[in-house]
Design a protein around this ligand. Structure first.
Ligand code: BES
Ligand code: MN
Ligand code: ZN
Length: 499
């Protein structure tokens, strides 16, 4: 994995910070009263820009100043929006916007000022954002890079106690793992196949010391995983089931968190083929899988106190002489039969076998992450992931965890009446329920394979990929869900134990 720059958390006074550029998060109507000498060092420019409405401090807007007499010769005011909206998510995006602007202006030593009272959560969010902004998008470009590479990152706080220093280190690890997920998702389908995804997982496992098992076609057959095998059978590159294990010796036997990520390395739609328009984006259809691999890396490096297993059913969904056809009936590892009425609804097929296997391997709680449906994008757009879960208390826990991690999710219903949509005349279930409630019927299909244990599904079809470069995020994979999955492993000891 590409290494990220050193990152420190310091309590140097703002005028003495050693950096090329000092990022100053700025609220709407900010007066900088808390920053001694700041107005003067900027020769009145900073307060003047706000007062003159030249800089409104809207989220991710940046304004360049020079800092006369300060050790950091330049400053960037980074719009932080309304003070009341300052949150973990905002801190991360402000750190990203500021660092991306600094890089485009050629600065390699970047310091972020966190003003006022600062919590470990704030520092962790800032550190993750700084590291995420170091991510290299155009790894295959042989021409010169436009943005500077960052060599040094610092977070400047009023009092850098050990809690904050530790939080900065945690944030760095989390940011690196988000970047790992992004780099896997950005890889093109010719480079990243089920086999090479498994090799990448293998490399991560040996790097950090996770258990790993990669099931090949023979073992998938022995387990009867004909949904995963069926989706992969049209491709020249065979399916795999990747299993990663974090099993610290002192972990309790309960709970065991099972994370399952959709690993379609390219989704053509199969025989129910997709239109050409935007099909290239379907190289990121393994973003759930990359989030799970990256989360396991973080869970291991940060030492989560519970057992976590990560499963990635990986396949390439292609048309071909051997491919699944509409109307085919296949048997899942759980024993249920499925009539495949649309081969483009492949994600739920591969996940179904993996969810079943996660419980077989001892998972007591399941969370799956998948770029599952276009319908969830229609429902929630590009910045909120759909959360489908049962029972309700588990849904609420996952929602709280995502909120605290700065990732937006919204609960959707999974009541049994929606199962009507999946009735088949010939098998136990069809794999698609038509246009109404498309994201919900997809979730209902998964629920049928979760074995009745607490299960949550995050549909990240809208949130895993950023279509246009934004001031705080480049175009491409976002690494969504990594933070939520990691934080679930760290709150697992608080889950209510069944009688
Ligand atoms: N991978 C797609 C869903 C998707 C769409 C992800 C847009 C990211 C962005 C999934 O496999 C798919 O094709 N879903 C179909 C389901 C339909 C056939 C019921 C869809 O949403 O159209
Ligand atoms: Mn599809
Ligand atoms: Zn897909």
């Amino acid at each position: 994995m590409a290494s990220t720059p050193i990152l420190s958390c310091v309590d140097t006074s703002a005028n003495d910070v050693s950096a090329d550029v000092l990022l100053v998060p700025t609220f709407e109507g900010d007066s900088f009263d808390d920053l001694a000498g700041f107005g003067d060092a900027s020769r009145g420019e900073a307060p003047g820009a706000i007062a003159g409405r030249e800089f409104k401090a809207k989220p991710h807007e940046v304004f360049r100043i020079t800092l006369q007499g300060w050790r950091a010769p330049r400053g960037l005011l980074v719009g932080a929006g309304k003070r009341k909206d300052w949150s973990v998510g905002r801190i991360t995006s402000v750190a990203m916007a500021g660092t991306l602007a600094a890089r485009s202006q050629g600065h390699g030593r970047v310091a972020l000022l966190l003003r006022g009272a600062v919590s470990p959560q704030d520092v962790q969010a800032a550190a993750a954002g700084l590291v995420q902004a170091c991510f290299e998008v155009a790894v295959y470009k042989t021409s010169e890079r436009e943005a500077a590479a960052v060599s040094e990152l610092s977070i400047v706080v009023a009092a850098a106690d050990q809690r904050l220093v530790d939080a900065a280190a945690r944030g760095r690890t989390v940011g690196e793992c988000v970047n790992l997920a992004r780099s896997l998702s950005n890889e093109p389908g010719n480079v990243l196949t089920p086999g090479t995804l498994a090799e990448q997982a293998q490399a991560v496992a040996s790097e950090v010391g996770l258990g790993i098992d990669v099931l090949d076609e023979a073992r998938l057959k022995a387990l009867g995983m004909h949904l995963l095998l069926g989706v992969g059978q049209g491709s020249a590159t065979p399916p795999r089931l990747i299993v990663l294990r974090h099993e610290p010796p002192d972990a309790p036997s309960w709970p065991v968190l099972g994370l399952v990520g959709k690993g379609i390395t390219f989704d053509t739609g199969g025989i129910s083929i997709k239109p050409a328009e935007s099909m290239e984006k379907m190289k990121h259809d393994m973003s759930g899988g990359s989030a799970v691999i990256a989360a396991l890396r973080a869970v291991r490096l940060l030492g989560a106190p519970v057992k976590v297993i990560g499963l990635v059913p990986a396949a390439e969904n292609m048309p071909g002489g051997r491919a699944l056809k509409p109307g085919d009936i296949v048997r899942a590892a759980s024993g249920k039969t499925v009539e495949v009425n649309n081969t483009d609804a492949e994600g739920r097929l591969v996940l179904a076998d993996a969810l079943w296997y996660a419980k077989e391997l001892g998972a007591t709680h399941l969370v799956d992450v998948a770029t599952l449906t276009g319908a969830v994008v229609v429902a929630l757009g590009k910045s909120v992931s759909g959360l489908f879960a049962a029972p309700d208390w588990w849904r609420d826990r996952v929602r709280e965890t995502a909120d605290a991690a700065g990732e937006r999710v919204w609960p959707m219903p999974v009541d049994d009446d929606y199962l009507e949509l999946l009735k088949s005349d010939y098998a136990d279930l069809v794999n698609t329920g038509g246009r109404p409630a498309g994201a919900i019927s997809a979730a209902m299909f998964l629920k049928e394979f979760a074995g009745g244990i607490p299960w949550a599904h995050l549909d990240v079809a809208g949130t895993a990929w950023n279509d246009d470069a934004k001031p705080h995020e480049p175009k491409g994979a976002t690494g969504v869900a990594v933070k939520t999955l990691v934080d679930l492993a760290f709150t697992a000891h608080t889950w209510p134990r069944p009688e």
